[in-house]
Design a protein around this ligand. Structure first.
Ligand SMILES: [Zn+2]
Length: 223
Protein backbone atom coordinates (compact mmCIF):
# COMPACT_ATOMS: atom_id res chain seq x y z
CA UNK A 1 0.00 0.00 0.00
CA UNK A 2 1.19 3.48 -0.87
CA UNK A 3 1.72 4.75 2.67
CA UNK A 4 4.03 1.86 3.56
CA UNK A 5 6.57 3.17 1.09
CA UNK A 6 7.15 6.38 3.07
CA UNK A 7 10.88 7.03 3.54
CA UNK A 8 12.45 6.09 6.82
CA UNK A 9 14.52 9.25 7.21
CA UNK A 10 13.41 11.37 10.10
CA UNK A 11 12.65 8.33 12.21
CA UNK A 12 14.08 8.46 15.74
CA UNK A 13 17.33 6.57 16.30
CA UNK A 14 16.97 2.96 17.24
CA UNK A 15 16.87 2.40 20.99
CA UNK A 16 16.19 -0.58 23.21
CA UNK A 17 12.49 -1.06 22.72
CA UNK A 18 9.89 -2.21 25.20
CA UNK A 19 7.88 -5.26 24.23
CA UNK A 20 4.93 -3.23 22.97
CA UNK A 21 6.96 -0.78 20.84
CA UNK A 22 6.16 -0.64 17.13
CA UNK A 23 8.46 -2.66 14.91
CA UNK A 24 10.93 -0.97 12.54
CA UNK A 25 8.38 -1.01 9.70
CA UNK A 26 6.11 1.25 11.76
CA UNK A 27 8.71 3.84 12.68
CA UNK A 28 7.99 5.96 9.62
CA UNK A 29 4.25 5.47 9.79
CA UNK A 30 2.20 8.55 10.63
CA UNK A 31 1.25 8.59 14.26
CA UNK A 32 -2.41 9.54 13.95
CA UNK A 33 -5.33 8.83 11.65
CA UNK A 34 -5.40 12.52 10.85
CA UNK A 35 -1.78 12.45 9.74
CA UNK A 36 -2.42 9.45 7.51
CA UNK A 37 -5.27 11.31 5.79
CA UNK A 38 -3.10 14.42 5.44
CA UNK A 39 -0.37 12.36 3.76
CA UNK A 40 -2.99 11.03 1.36
CA UNK A 41 -3.84 14.63 0.42
CA UNK A 42 -7.09 15.04 2.33
CA UNK A 43 -8.03 18.08 4.39
CA UNK A 44 -10.59 18.70 7.14
CA UNK A 45 -13.21 20.86 5.45
CA UNK A 46 -14.25 22.54 8.72
CA UNK A 47 -10.70 23.82 9.14
CA UNK A 48 -10.22 24.87 5.52
CA UNK A 49 -9.36 28.59 5.44
CA UNK A 50 -12.21 30.80 4.25
CA UNK A 51 -14.69 27.95 3.82
CA UNK A 52 -17.86 28.38 5.91
CA UNK A 53 -20.20 25.46 5.37
CA UNK A 54 -22.24 23.22 7.65
CA UNK A 55 -21.09 19.63 8.05
CA UNK A 56 -24.15 17.44 8.54
CA UNK A 57 -22.96 13.98 7.55
CA UNK A 58 -26.02 11.78 7.34
CA UNK A 59 -24.08 8.50 7.26
CA UNK A 60 -22.59 9.38 10.67
CA UNK A 61 -26.14 9.02 12.01
CA UNK A 62 -28.93 6.46 11.45
CA UNK A 63 -30.82 9.24 9.61
CA UNK A 64 -30.07 7.85 6.14
CA UNK A 65 -31.70 5.39 3.78
CA UNK A 66 -30.11 2.35 5.45
CA UNK A 67 -31.40 3.34 8.92
CA UNK A 68 -27.92 2.54 10.25
CA UNK A 69 -24.79 4.47 11.14
CA UNK A 70 -22.32 3.87 8.30
CA UNK A 71 -19.29 5.60 9.83
CA UNK A 72 -18.69 6.78 13.37
CA UNK A 73 -17.07 10.16 12.90
CA UNK A 74 -19.07 13.19 11.67
CA UNK A 75 -16.05 14.92 10.10
CA UNK A 76 -15.86 15.95 6.46
CA UNK A 77 -12.58 15.25 4.67
CA UNK A 78 -11.92 15.97 1.00
CA UNK A 79 -8.89 15.97 -1.26
CA UNK A 80 -7.33 19.43 -1.05
CA UNK A 81 -8.26 20.30 -4.63
CA UNK A 82 -11.89 19.30 -4.02
CA UNK A 83 -11.98 21.47 -0.88
CA UNK A 84 -10.51 24.36 -2.88
CA UNK A 85 -13.20 23.91 -5.54
CA UNK A 86 -15.85 23.81 -2.81
CA UNK A 87 -14.49 27.10 -1.49
CA UNK A 88 -14.89 28.57 -4.98
CA UNK A 89 -18.47 27.22 -5.13
CA UNK A 90 -19.27 28.66 -1.69
CA UNK A 91 -18.00 32.07 -2.81
CA UNK A 92 -20.16 31.91 -5.92
CA UNK A 93 -23.17 30.88 -3.79
CA UNK A 94 -22.58 33.77 -1.39
CA UNK A 95 -22.48 36.18 -4.33
CA UNK A 96 -25.92 35.21 -5.69
CA UNK A 97 -28.88 37.59 -5.55
CA UNK A 98 -30.33 35.22 -2.93
CA UNK A 99 -27.08 34.19 -1.23
CA UNK A 100 -26.69 30.79 0.35
CA UNK A 101 -24.10 28.34 1.61
CA UNK A 102 -23.98 24.55 1.78
CA UNK A 103 -24.90 21.79 4.19
CA UNK A 104 -22.68 18.79 3.49
CA UNK A 105 -24.29 15.35 3.64
CA UNK A 106 -21.34 13.13 2.64
CA UNK A 107 -17.66 13.69 1.88
CA UNK A 108 -14.76 11.22 2.03
CA UNK A 109 -16.11 7.76 2.72
CA UNK A 110 -13.64 4.93 3.54
CA UNK A 111 -14.02 1.84 1.35
CA UNK A 112 -15.15 -0.18 4.38
CA UNK A 113 -18.01 2.30 4.92
CA UNK A 114 -18.89 2.10 1.24
CA UNK A 115 -19.05 -1.69 1.58
CA UNK A 116 -21.68 -1.21 4.33
CA UNK A 117 -23.81 0.86 1.94
CA UNK A 118 -23.46 -1.84 -0.71
CA UNK A 119 -24.40 -4.55 1.80
CA UNK A 120 -27.55 -2.56 2.64
CA UNK A 121 -28.46 -1.93 -1.01
CA UNK A 122 -26.52 -4.19 -3.42
CA UNK A 123 -27.95 -2.41 -6.45
CA UNK A 124 -25.52 -0.74 -8.88
CA UNK A 125 -28.20 1.76 -9.87
CA UNK A 126 -27.94 3.27 -6.40
CA UNK A 127 -24.54 2.33 -4.97
CA UNK A 128 -21.27 1.87 -6.86
CA UNK A 129 -20.16 -1.79 -6.68
CA UNK A 130 -17.28 -2.06 -4.15
CA UNK A 131 -14.98 -3.53 -6.83
CA UNK A 132 -15.36 -0.34 -8.84
CA UNK A 133 -15.32 1.85 -5.75
CA UNK A 134 -17.00 5.15 -4.99
CA UNK A 135 -15.61 8.55 -5.92
CA UNK A 136 -16.37 9.43 -2.30
CA UNK A 137 -13.67 6.89 -1.34
CA UNK A 138 -11.21 8.95 -3.38
CA UNK A 139 -12.12 12.10 -1.43
CA UNK A 140 -13.22 13.64 -4.73
CA UNK A 141 -17.03 13.62 -4.34
CA UNK A 142 -19.33 15.63 -2.15
CA UNK A 143 -23.05 15.42 -1.41
CA UNK A 144 -24.55 18.74 -0.44
CA UNK A 145 -27.64 20.90 -0.33
CA UNK A 146 -28.10 24.69 -0.26
CA UNK A 147 -28.53 26.13 3.25
CA UNK A 148 -29.07 29.58 4.68
CA UNK A 149 -26.30 31.08 6.79
CA UNK A 150 -27.85 29.68 9.98
CA UNK A 151 -27.57 26.16 8.57
CA UNK A 152 -31.23 25.68 7.63
CA UNK A 153 -31.60 23.68 4.40
CA UNK A 154 -33.45 25.48 1.62
CA UNK A 155 -36.23 23.79 -0.35
CA UNK A 156 -34.90 21.35 -2.96
CA UNK A 157 -36.61 18.68 -5.11
CA UNK A 158 -36.11 15.83 -2.61
CA UNK A 159 -34.36 14.77 0.57
CA UNK A 160 -30.93 13.09 0.45
CA UNK A 161 -30.77 9.63 -1.15
CA UNK A 162 -34.19 9.82 -2.70
CA UNK A 163 -34.03 7.27 -5.49
CA UNK A 164 -37.05 8.52 -7.42
CA UNK A 165 -37.01 10.38 -10.74
CA UNK A 166 -37.80 13.57 -8.80
CA UNK A 167 -34.13 13.57 -7.72
CA UNK A 168 -32.95 13.58 -11.34
CA UNK A 169 -31.30 16.65 -12.78
CA UNK A 170 -33.63 16.47 -15.78
CA UNK A 171 -36.83 16.43 -13.72
CA UNK A 172 -38.50 19.78 -14.29
CA UNK A 173 -41.97 19.44 -12.76
CA UNK A 174 -40.96 21.42 -9.67
CA UNK A 175 -42.02 24.64 -7.91
CA UNK A 176 -40.30 27.58 -9.65
CA UNK A 177 -38.11 28.51 -6.66
CA UNK A 178 -36.94 24.90 -6.23
CA UNK A 179 -36.16 24.51 -9.92
CA UNK A 180 -34.29 27.82 -9.97
CA UNK A 181 -32.26 26.84 -6.89
CA UNK A 182 -31.33 23.44 -8.32
CA UNK A 183 -30.23 25.03 -11.59
CA UNK A 184 -28.20 27.64 -9.69
CA UNK A 185 -26.54 24.88 -7.66
CA UNK A 186 -25.66 22.97 -10.83
CA UNK A 187 -24.26 26.09 -12.49
CA UNK A 188 -22.19 27.08 -9.46
CA UNK A 189 -20.73 23.62 -8.86
CA UNK A 190 -19.87 23.20 -12.54
CA UNK A 191 -18.19 26.61 -12.63
CA UNK A 192 -16.16 25.65 -9.54
CA UNK A 193 -14.74 22.48 -11.13
CA UNK A 194 -17.24 19.74 -10.36
CA UNK A 195 -19.35 17.58 -12.62
CA UNK A 196 -22.89 16.62 -11.71
CA UNK A 197 -24.72 13.30 -11.75
CA UNK A 198 -27.96 12.95 -13.69
CA UNK A 199 -29.76 10.88 -11.06
CA UNK A 200 -28.74 12.66 -7.82
CA UNK A 201 -29.05 16.45 -7.69
CA UNK A 202 -26.95 16.52 -4.45
CA UNK A 203 -23.89 14.62 -5.74
CA UNK A 204 -20.90 16.32 -7.37
CA UNK A 205 -17.53 14.91 -8.47
CA UNK A 206 -14.40 17.01 -8.63
CA UNK A 207 -12.87 16.77 -12.10
CA UNK A 208 -9.70 14.68 -12.13
CA UNK A 209 -11.10 12.15 -9.64
CA UNK A 210 -9.59 9.26 -11.61
CA UNK A 211 -6.10 10.40 -10.64
CA UNK A 212 -6.80 9.89 -6.93
CA UNK A 213 -6.65 6.44 -5.31
CA UNK A 214 -9.44 4.66 -3.52
CA UNK A 215 -8.72 4.87 0.21
CA UNK A 216 -9.75 2.89 3.23
CA UNK A 217 -8.29 5.14 5.94
CA UNK A 218 -10.68 5.69 8.85
CA UNK A 219 -12.27 9.09 9.47
CA UNK A 220 -10.68 10.42 12.67
CA UNK A 221 -12.94 11.18 15.61
CA UNK A 222 -13.06 14.74 16.89
CA UNK A 223 -10.22 15.43 19.36
ZN1 LIG B 1 -22.54 11.16 -3.40
Amino acid sequence: MLLCTAPLWGAPPAAPAPDNAPGPANLAAPTTEEERLRQAGLVDVEKYPGLHVFVRLRYATPHNFTGRTIYDSPRCYLQQEAAQALLKAARLAAAQKEPFTFCLWDCYRPQSAHQKLWDAVPNPSYVAPPKKGSRHSRGMAVDLTPCDFAGNPLAMPTDFDDFSTRAHMDFYDLPPDVLRRRETLKKIMTAAGFTYTRTEWWHFDKTGWKQKPLLNLPIPRRP
